[in-house]
Design a protein around this ligand. Structure first.
Ligand SMILES: Nc1nc2c(ncn2[C@@H]2O[C@H](COP(=O)(O)OP(=O)(O)OP(=O)(O)O)[C@@H](O)[C@H]2O)c(=O)[nH]1
Ligand SMILES: [Zn+2]
Length: 361
């Protein structure tokens, strides 16, 4: 009986055979999974409980980028002999199956990893005024680039009159990927997500604020689990996520819900892949360097004219491509870059300033 419980927890944490195998390469260390992070301190779930841990000095010094530090969802190898502060020490991050990266808010604008080893990412969009195919295309591109499989979840179907029409539009936008429709006001509306949730699998929810992600997650967790899994009831009577960001579901599987997952930037999106129809068309243009403007034999122009390619979709594609040129830059830096493109760089500016000064002496 004991052993069964242990196995279920291991499975639930996603300790699959592949992970266990890789873990054996690090003798003397214990396998764990990062379930939350605050600054330099990681909360790690082990087979027999949880502990707090910091990264080893070696990892800290050798990391060439922030992406080489642990992130929620990572499998890590931990030395349980605590350091002087009573924390374990993370020595290794096991090979990541997938990694979500977003551009950070704030001054540095360094990329920031928000979740690792996610199998399925639920791209949530509400069927009321949140509904926006162009935004969905963005999320879809980010998801594809992470290595996780995107599944579109259209929420609040109770607020939508032309459900079939919208569902079909979405299906056309994400050709070949699953599109689910749900509502919190339909009994067991969350059941439709269950096929993607099973022991050893990890899912994440992405989507604008207010589309109903928390509602869905809470339904999946169930009332009982909610109280024991780091969700507290604050004085407003609302369930609020505290430090924990990876939840184990009572029926198996794990859910990652981090603030960072909520508003992913587009910078690492695989635009060509999510607009495969457009890339395919471009291959049929007469000139291989066709700019799809006035060139004869342009397959894209033709498709637009014949209505085979949706103009709004094409325009969004162009917009995303243009944004990608400024990948990872803050809006301030983008402005600077644009100015530089128009007026030249620092040297030119200096020269201009000098000329201006000498003229106005
Ligand atoms: N009509 C309707 N309202 C819903 C549905 N699901 C959630 N809501 C409501 O929408 C509001 C926002 O839901 P949340 O689950 O907090 O949304 P969220 O996506 O988690 O939002 P953030 O936490 O801000 O990212 C709440 O008032 C919910 O009661 C639904 O299927 N239909
Ligand atoms: Zn062309």
């Amino acid at each position: 009986m004991e052993e069964k419980v242990l196995n279920t927890r291991m499975e639930n944490l996603g300790f699959t055979e592949r992970i266990l195998m890789e873990a054996t390469l690090h003798e003397g260390l214990y396998l764990g999974r990062v379930i939350s992070q605050s600054k330099d301190l990681y909360r790690v779930a082990m087979t027999d409980g949880e502990l707090y841990a910091e990264v080893s000095g070696k990892m800290r010094h050798q990391a060439a980028s922030v992406l080489e530090f642990p992130v929620v969802g990572d499998y890590v190898m931990v030395d349980r002999e605590s350091d002087e502060k009573g924390n374990g020490i993370i020595h290794e991050i096991l090979h990541r199956k997938s990694l979500f990266v977003r551009k950070a808010a704030g001054k540095t604008q360094k990329p920031q990893a928000v979740g690792a080893n996610i199998d399925t990412v639920f791209l949530c969009m509400a069927l009321n005024n949140d509904y926006n195919l162009r935004r969905l295309e963005r999320y879809f591109a980010v998801a594809l680039d992470s290595g996780a499989a995107p599944v579109i979840v259209l929420t609040k179907s109770d607020l939508c009159g032309n459900l079939e029409e919208k569902k079909m539009e979405v299906e056309k936008t994400v050709l070949g990927y699953d599109v689910l429709v749900t509502s919190a006001y339909v009994e067991n509306g969350h059941e439709i997500l269950k096929p993607y949730l099973s022991a050893g699998k990890t899912v994440a929810f992405i989507g604008s604020s207010g589309v109903g992600k928390s509602t869905l997650i809470n339904r999946l967790l169930g009332e009982e689990a909610m109280e024991t899994q780091g969700l507290r009831n604050d004085d407003k009577g609302r369930h609020t996520t505290t430090s924990r960001e990876l939840f184990l579901l009572p029926e198996g599987g794990a859910v990652i819900d981090t603030p960072g997952m909520r508003e992913l930037g587009i910078d690492h999106a695989n635009i060509e892949e999510s607009f495969e129809d457009i890339s395919d068309l471009a291959l049929q243009c007469r000139f291989h360097d066709c700019r799809h403007e006035k060139e004869p034999g342009c397959a894209i122009k033709e498709a637009l004219e014949e209505g085979r390619l949706d103009r709004a979709r094409y325009e969004n594609y162009l917009k995303l491509k243009a944004e990608n040129k400024y990948e990872g830059l803050s809006s301030r830096q983008i402005e600077d870059r644009k100015i530089k493109e128009m007026f030249g760089g620092k040297k030119e500016m200096k020269k201009l300033r000098k000329e201006f000064k000498s003229k106005n002496r």
